[in-house]
Design a binder for this molecule. Structure first.
Ligand SMILES: [Zn+2]
Length: 155
């Protein structure tokens, strides 16, 4: 069995497009990343369905990501919606936050969680609003911490 990569943090993205319009959102993103960009697999390690909260595997968890040039040693999560155009619902937020708590537990450290725009500020060269203007990273981190506390992760 492959070992999980020692991720230095967790990075949150949105798809910047509502993936619910596709029959198979994960296969669509895989096609964009593999055939469109020439990557070996989906750039993210996991993807969250914006309606059902289902968590889908992306690339395998024993290797680095391809979600950002400077942050690829982090675990990449993509919520498959456009959160500059809609509000994230409680189900998707809860799934994403629980996933963060579980990944921290697997790696064995309380990993730093950041949204894409927090390291690529809107004023910078790689400007982005990812994971969307309506996605509150502080609220999300509080959710993650709540799960870690409630379920005694990393104790
Ligand atoms: Zn992003």
């Amino acid at each position: 069995m492959n070992q999980i990569f020692q991720f230095k943090g967790i990075r949150i993205h949105h798809a910047a497009i509502d993936m619910r319009q596709f029959d198979d959102p994960v296969a669509t993103i895989r096609d964009w990343h593999v055939n469109g960009r020439g990557w070996s697999d989906i750039g993210y390690h996991a993807l969250v369905h914006p309606e059902t909260g289902e968590i889908f595997p992306g690339r395998t968890w024993d290797r680095t990501g391809a979600h950002d040039l400077h942050e690829n040693d982090c675990f990449g999560i993509c919520l498959m919606a456009n959160y500059s155009e809609e509000l994230p619902n409680a189900v998707a937020l809860g799934s994403g936050a629980m996933l963060c708590a579980l990944v921290s537990q697997l790696v064995g450290n309380p990993l730093e969680i950041q949204g894409h725009r927090e390291w690529d500020p809107v004023s910078g060269v790689d400007a982005t609003d990812c994971p969307g203007l309506n996605f509150d990273m502080d609220e999300f981190r509080a959710l993650c911490a709540g799960y870690a506390e409630k379920y005694k992760f990393l104790r």
